[in-house]
Design a protein around this ligand. Structure first.
Ligand code: MLT
Length: 401
């Protein structure tokens, strides 16, 4: 009898970004002099903004003195941070979220993966394709059936709710990773209405909302009427404020959100999450939470806006250059990601290897995000702007040849 969770055997051998790293390492070992420009994983390159750095220094000072020292914090996050988030990220946009509905964590990657603990292994999960691979992998690990919801240029990368089958859970991520697409208020309302009608839970990942520059687009699913009864929202400071190395994020679970157990009892989802986190998590670090609090200050918000503007200008440049190369790009306007076609429909891993070997540029192969990513690739605009320009020159040279 097997004692391992055999669902893991259904996964690809490596997580997408581990496979990319393995190929990059093999290339640098065989060509140690080769220059590599990384535009694969969405990892930030700008340093932390000054008010965040000061807040972190102050937090370290707090930890250095007996009278201000902190040990374990509350596993759902310090109240001062949850209040700042409720005010700055929600109330300032007219959205009511209570600090008691906010759960601070060390990352949206962990939260979007860990939330699967709350649901039955028999739950049917709808996941757009292409998609951030964490959603699929973590559900496969739990043995769930995953239904792919194809998305492409024809539906503006926003799949319609299915009319032929019920989904228990659906993941939506906008601005989208990997395509950089956005969702309109109307399209999001269609999903909320569907979820309310069918009892579906929407897991809404808005980790990239800080890149939205069109006032008509929703930043939060809770801007949509009824969403408090059917949605959980995930947010992160990683891409907003350059926290990929600092680690701080949060999840919002409204008090109204209930599911029905098999005995007919109504269960509040937030109480299950509290139970889970109380057992498996000891909270984000005090220093990270003070840093996140600084991001919510007026000075922090202005600095973060300047930083996201900077990445967006790189994204626009990438988009324009790919357009000139005839690769039909999209995204990059309200997102740090640009999604494009490989030349002449080349297989996306073949294109990845070609770009690595001949152009010295790391892209992310579209197929790593799902079957609908075949013949596509993603570029991340988090690279240094000069490096990104050089990468475009190198790619163009190889593609022309
Ligand atoms: C990505 O490149 O898709 C992201 O950086 C991965 C992540 O946020 O975990």
């Amino acid at each position: 009898m097997s004692i391992v969770n055999e669902n893991f055997l259904r996964l690809d051998g490596r997580y997408l970004f581990q496979e990319i790293e393995k190929r990059v390492r093999a290339h640098t070992q065989s060509s140690p002099q080769a220059r590599i420009i990384r535009m694969g994983i969405g990892d930030v390159t700008c340093p932390l903004v000054p008010c965040v750095i000061s807040a972190m220094h102050r937090a370290v000072d707090d930890l250095s003195h007996a009278d201000t020292f902190r040990g374990y914090g509350p596993e759902r996050g310090y109240l001062w941070l949850r209040e700042a988030i409720a005010q700055q990220d929600y109330a300032s946009r007219g959205v009511v979220v209570s600090p008691n509905e906010i759960y601070v964590s060390d990352g949206a990657k962990s939260d979007t993966g860990n939330i699967t603990d709350l649901f039955s292994p028999t739950a049917v999960v709808g996941i757009p394709d292409p998609v951030y691979p964490v959603y699929v992998d973590t559900n496969v690990m739990s043995g769930r059936t995953v239904i792919g919801l194809p998305s492409d240029e024809a539906n503006d990368f926003v799949p319609l709710p299915p009319d032929d089958r019920r989904l228990d859970i659906v993941y939506l991520c906008y601005p989208n990773n990997p395509t950089g697409a956005v969702i309109t208020r109307e399209a999001l309302t269609r999903w909320v209405d569907y979820a309310l009608r069918t009892g579906t839970i929407i897991l809404y990942d808005s980790a990239y909302e800080a890149f939205i520059r069109d006032a008509a687009l929703p930043h939060s699913i809770f801007e949509i009427e009824g969403a408090r009864h059917c949605a959980i929202e995930f947010r992160s400071f990683s891409k907003t404020a350059g926290f990929t190395g600092v680690r701080c994020a949060y999840t919002v679970i409204p008090h109204e959100l209930h599911v029905t157990a098999s005995n007919g009892a109504s269960v509040r989802l937030s109480s299950l999450w509290e139970r889970r986190q109380g057992c498996k998590f000891n909270g984000a670090s005090y220093v990270s939470q003070r840093a996140a609090e600084a991001v919510c200050s007026p000075e922090g918000r202005a600095a973060v806006q300047a930083q996201t503007d900077h990445y967006l200008s790189t994204a626009r440049m990438i988009r324009e250059r790919l357009q000139q190369m005839g690769l039909r790009p999209c995204g990059g306007l309200h997102s740090p990601y640009v999604w494009a076609h490989t030349p002449e429909g080349m297989d996306s891993w073949t294109f990845f290897d070609l770009m690595l070997r001949e152009a010295g540029v790391v892209v992310t192969p579209g197929e790593g995000f799902g079957a609908c990513g075949r013949g596509r690739f993603r570029l991340s605009a988090f690279a240094d702007a000069d490096d990104a320009r050089e990468a475009m020159d190198c790619m163009e040279r190889v593609i022309k040849n």
